[in-house]
Design a protein around this ligand. Structure first.
Ligand code: FAD
Length: 499
């Protein structure tokens, strides 16, 4: 594919694995590298896995093979899990391998986007961070663009806390006397201090990062039942790592294949599908109060290995709803108090895109547009030069960037013939209507992840972008054969014929 209009420019916000893969695929597909720029507010590339972002001991929960960029092998045993630093090093070498270092602008935070509906282009306002000789931070503003397409490629955003924490943080006379921290900020110095001073830690949140926080202390032999309180509202479900990522014995492959065949059950009844997976020993539920019901919304398709499952079983949880602080800990809705010196909120992230100020023709846009379904699950019809990467759920790991690049090139060719009204009408016809910028399985616990994956894929199939056979082949290769080389192929010929 050759770039038709060599004047078109693309900005990618985020130098995580998806942003890097999107840029290199655009170039591979014929887009001129000099017309692409990647901005990242951090000092290093790698996003979630960069040293300035990742919490201590962070490891992939998926195998190395699922973290591979296109045609660039991840070193080491492909069935094992890499640490964050290994992922970071791998991405660093990938940047040199594909020659995109020059187009990455680090320490540059996008704070505002100004769209012009006549030209259908947008400019970006950035804060550029640098340091003076004394090491003092200098922030300068600058403007970049205009761009024909802006790809927002970030899953991590600002730390997300329950509402009462913000009040406590702002309050000049804090009630709680200990340390309040988000899981993403947990580094080895904090862990060492906890161990040294024998502090009582409360971990809030039962998702994967909650499990990781428990595992950090458990791996260091900390007396978990005495010193750790693990608090969550209701138990989560996790997939067993070795069932989905195995060493391909005949039995393991057969089991993974049968599992794959039950995937569509999630579309019909996700609770029933989860029940089947539980019966076959493929998923586990966190210890909790009672086996009330199979709540598939608490299944986010995160994987736990044996070591993590051991850590989980050693931490009897407290099931309860935190509503505020006392001087010595956390107050629960039912009146109980959980005594703590350090409270770690493993309560995920906010949608980062929401912190970018958006102007359209010099007026601030109505934030309501962010609650609406996106055109092709990626484009805001009201600002049609913005592509949202995290809602475009096509496959695992960086390979999503290949689909994004493919889609963007197709979209740029058709963009001039699309009107906002048309795009909004088509967006509203999608099956996954609830799947919006912030209301999706990545940011809320209101959705069962495999079910959403199926529904979004169904939309792509109905749009004519993807064949169900390609999708099945992709997951068959990943879970049964241990191959993750090609994403499900996006093809636009059928879709174009229809428009
Ligand atoms: C703790 C954790 C563990 C995970 N483990 C796995 C796993 O094992 N396997 C898996 O498949 N998925 C995993 N995920 C999910 C997801 O795939 C990863 O988060 C993945 O790194 C997402 O890649 P990305 O490129 O989309 O963006 P991110 O990794 O989120 O990187 C985005 C980058 O964008 C930058 N950015 C954001 N906003 C701005 C702005 N306004 N201006 C400039 N720069 C900006 C950020 O600084 C960041 O560097 C994990 C997620 C988390 C949070």
């Amino acid at each position: 594919m050759k770039q038709k209009d060599s004047n078109k420019r693309i900005a990618i916000i985020g130098a995580g694995w998806a942003g890097l893969q999107t840029a290199s695929s655009l170039i591979k597909f014929g887009f001129d590298a000099k017309n692409i720029v990647i901005f990242d507010e951090r000092e290093k590339i790698g996003g979630t896995f960069s040293p300035d972002c990742s919490y201590t001991d962070l490891k992939l929960h998926t195998p190395r093979l699922a973290a591979e960029c296109l045609n660039y092998m991840f070193p080491g045993d492909k069935d094992t899990r890499a640490t964050a630093i290994e992922v970071y090093r791998y991405l660093e070498s990938y940047v040199d391998f594909v020659g995109i270092r020059d187009i990455i602008k680090l320490n540059q935070k996008v704070i505002s986007l100004e769209y012009n509906s006549r030209s259908k282009k947008a400019i970006l306002i950035l804060e550029v961070k640098s340091y003076n000789k004394e090491g003092g931070k200098i922030i300068k503003k600058k403007q970049e663009g205009p761009f024909d397409m802006i790809v927002y490629s970030s899953i991590i955003g600002p730390a997300n806390y329950p509402r009462f924490v913000y009040a406590e943080k702002e309050n000049e006379q804090r009630k709680f006397e200990g340390v309040i921290i988000h899981s993403s900020q947990v580094r080895s110095d904090l862990v060492d201090a906890v161990l040294r001073e024998n502090k009582k830690v409360t971990i809030v949140g039962g998702g994967k990062s909650g499990v990781d926080m428990c595992t950090i202390f458990c791996n260091r032999g900390y007396q978990t039942n005495k010193n750790i309180n693990w608090l969550y509202r209701s138990p989560y479900w996790f997939a067993k790592y070795e069932v989905f990522f195995h060493h391909r014995s005949f039995i393991a492959q057969l089991r993974a294949f049968l599992l794959l065949l039950t995937f569509p059950f999630f579309c019909v009844s996700s609770d029933f599908a989860l029940f089947v997976w539980w019966l076959t020993g493929c998923v586990i539920r966190m210890p909790g109060s009672s086996l009330k019901y199979f709540d598939s919304k608490r299944f986010r398709f995160a994987f736990l290995d044996e070591n993590e499952r051991r850590a989980v079983s050693m931490n009897p949880p407290i099931v309860g709803d935190p509503v505020g602080f006392t001087s010595g800990g956390l107050k629960l809705k039912d009146g109980r108090v959980v005594l703590s010196d350090v409270i770690i909120f493993a309560t995920s992230y906010k949608v980062g895109f929401s912190s970018i100020k958006i102007l359209k023709d010099d007026c601030e846009v109505d934030p309501q547009i962010f609650n609406k379904v996106l055109y092709d699950h990626a484009i805001l019809p009201e600002i049609p030069c913005v592509f949202i990467g995290h809602t475009f759920l096509t496959c695992n790991g960086p390979l999503r960037g290949v689909n994004i690049a493919d889609y963007i090139l197709h979209y740029l060719e058709r963009q001039s013939s699309l009107t906002e009204v048309d795009m909004r009408t088509k967006a509203n016809k999608l099956q996954a209507k609830h799947w919006t910028l912030g209301n999706n399985a990545l940011f809320t616990s209101e959705f069962c992840y495999p079910k959403e994956l199926m529904t979004v894929s169904l939309d792509f199939w109905l749009l004519g972008y993807i064949s169900l056979m390609d999708l099945f082949r992709y997951y068959f290769n990943l879970f049964v054969m241990g191959i993750h080389k090609l994403p499900p192929r996006f093809s636009f010929s059928k879709a174009c014929a229809r428009n």
